[in-house]
Design a protein around this ligand. Sequence first.
Ligand SMILES: NC(=O)C1=CN([C@@H]2O[C@H](COP(=O)(O)OP(=O)(O)OC[C@H]3O[C@@H](n4cnc5c(N)ncnc54)[C@H](O)[C@@H]3O)[C@@H](O)[C@H]2O)[C@@H](O)CC1
Ligand SMILES: Nc1ncnc2c1ncn2[C@@H]1O[C@H](COP(=O)(O)OP(=O)(O)O)[C@@H](O)[C@H]1O
Ligand SMILES: [K+]
Length: 506
Amino acid sequence: MVKETLDAPYSHYLLDAELSQKVDHRTTEEMDIDGFTLMEIAGSSAAKKILQHNKQLQHNVFLCGKGNNAGDALVVARYLLQHDARVTLVFISGTDDLSKDTQKNLKLLRAFDKKDRITIYEKWSGFSAPNNYNFIIDGMLGTGLTSDLRGDYAKAVGWANQQQHPVLAMDIPTGLHPDSGEKMGKAIEAVRTFSFGGRKQGFYLNDGPAVTGTIDYCDLPFPNAYKEDCKTFALDTDWVSLPSYTPGKHKYDSGVLHIVAGSEGLTGAAIMAARSAWAEGLGAIIIICPRGLLSVFEHNLPSVIKKPVGKKEDYYFKESHAEQVQDILQEKESSMLLGPGLGRNTDTISFVEQLLTTTTTDTIIDADGLWCLSQLEEWPKTDQANWILTPHPGELQKLIKDEIGEGHQRLNTVRKLCQENNTTILSKGMPGIIGTPSRKCYLTNYNTNYFARAGSGDVLAGKVSAFSALGLAADESCAAALLNGQQKLSSLQKDTNKIPEPTDFI
Ligand SMILES: NC(=O)C1=CN([C@@H]2O[C@H](COP(=O)(O)OP(=O)(O)OC[C@H]3O[C@@H](n4cnc5c(N)ncnc54)[C@H](O)[C@@H]3O)[C@@H](O)[C@H]2O)[C@@H](O)CC1
Ligand SMILES: Nc1ncnc2c1ncn2[C@@H]1O[C@H](COP(=O)(O)OP(=O)(O)O)[C@@H](O)[C@H]1O
Ligand SMILES: [K+]
């Protein structure tokens, strides 16, 4: 069994529509906390947060559907009304067919209004926006979305997205699919989303990051146990602890990494990866390379130990080198990074197959190592070796020998592949996805496109390998490596306008 150590707090569990509804249903049925109470808690906590940031609210426009999402918006409206703000409500499907709790909240809102501060539109046509207002509150659709937006819903979303006024979404931007993060025809572009009782998976996938804005998690009294079926989590520096440097007694007891890499003209990747790993304070890095490339590594990596294999005239790995490499690996307890710049010679594919068939060392496979793996009928993994694969979308596609879509489809592919092969996968892209053998997946929540420059994959592979060599479990090594980059990116963005370069992430 591959040891997994990541343990996300419940606030970072990502719910899909089914789990959201199940948790809600169980809470009302088994805990006897009724839907009206949940709505009050959801709406009041959103209202409190809105009021905290905006003392001078004069007038707000509430776009409401007919389900419970509209009820949340009406609770917010009541609290803002109590703070003397005017309220304009637009019911896209009228008010005849509102859900029970939403109907009750409309009645309550009217009863609270002693100064005629509410204007109500019973349909979209005829709505005319007030002259001055602060926010548009989106309470049209939440997790009950079942089809593409059409008619007046689509019109209202189109209107809201064209306004200068910021849109605050209740639970999820209307039109965003809670599971896939795809726009169902159209979606509200929110600056802020108040997420009730659980962040939604769709915030992190496909169009999600572009339309969700800042996510504001609002707790609801859902028993944590009801969320246990969740298998998808948001990665965040607020709960993943990044390893800090502690010096060892001896170079060989403070993390040893073997890097099996290089072929003629392709030595740069291994150099980047080695520098990246070295920066994390490893005791020793040992590059194993074809002997013909020794001088390149001697020249570029003075702190790294080199162990060349084969003959002077070997410029790429051959099957016959596998045994020698295996012997070197067995000298020290270590992790191995296999792949940077290996090239794609047929003989190198056989070398990779032979080496993986025999090794029990924890192995990170990147770049050409993944390409070689994709050429094999079966993955030659020994039971003892933990693998971490770090494919970009193209490499992932090669590995599964099939098309992968972005976002949600990639998430499902990674989950399945990890379980079937008892492997950890760091799938690069937007979002970055870590998949584990137990089917758990972790999604990044920052703009990974800043890393889309040649070389940052090598830096990332170096970090994953370094943390593995330092003794972190596979899932934690991947998380620490991704977030290490995120932290460097945010301090760079704070300090300068410099366009980030892969070397900045070392
Ligand atoms: N899950 C929970 O425990 C809680 C949920 N609350 C809120 O309730 C929401 C879910 O409420 P509902 O299940 O009533 O669902 P919604 O409020 O999302 O709306 C469902 C209604 O919209 C209609 N609809 C679906 N797709 C449509 C489309 N494309 N165009 C037009 N109409 C469409 C449905 O026929 C149904 O009548 C959550 O997102 C959240 O905002 C909160 O009140 C607090 C507690
Ligand atoms: N710290 C990071 N956080 C999130 N994603 C990252 C990070 N570092 C690298 N990446 C991902 O790795 C990709 C680059 O890897 P890759 O395409 O293999 O590049 P190369 O092999 O040229 O170095 C980026 O587009 C990004 O998706
Ligand atoms: K909404």
